[in-house]
Design a protein around this ligand. Sequence first.
Ligand code: AMP
Length: 214
Amino acid sequence: MRVIFLGAPGTGKGTQAVWLSDKFTIPQISTGDILRKAVADGTELGKKADVVMKSGGLVSDDLIIALVRERLDQPDCRPGFILDGFPRTIAQGESLDLMLGRDGAIQSVIFFEVSEAEIVRRLTSRRTCSGCARNYNMISDPPPASGLCGSCGGRIIQRPDDSEETVRKRLQVYDEKTAPLKEFYNKQKKLYILRAEQPVERVREELAALLSGL
Ligand code: AMP
């Protein structure tokens, strides 16, 4: 299975990708998680990405494409993978097609459809484990009162780019740069719409039904 989860930030792609990755034993490749780790580790990539990420902008296509190319070359990607947060521009989508070639091509692109008001509500109430990247939500799935992650014991934080101002900027960047990918994959007849504004379990059921029908 080689799938892309496409959609604005905060539409639940990461949550469903974790579940699907577990179910099919294929890696979830989240470029956001890879970049956040690089920032935490203080690598060259991390230093370049840090300022851009805090501002809500996009890291340069060249850097991201090189990063994904290297990741997809790892042996654990052979049985399949879930791309979560990549591609985010048409240039990234075109590079991915070239990278994979016809034999390894993406089979389906799942578009996570959620209204903007709901996205802002979800992102500004999101909290994230600084250790394992697990997400919590102050409204629907609050973290333990200790402030430590229930999965790994890591410290739970609000991502700097989840502040309301930066969320609005990220959504604007999404509209300009990422939304055109919907049409890009529609033309390739690979696009499937998932009604992702429903509760997590319902979205999971719909996703499972959708994938089993492919
Ligand atoms: P995410 O966790 O997917 O919301 O990503 C967090 C931030 O990482 C984004 O706001 C971007 O600054 C950066 N980022 C993640 N994936 C990409 C990508 N494919 N292209 C460019 N920047 C990215």
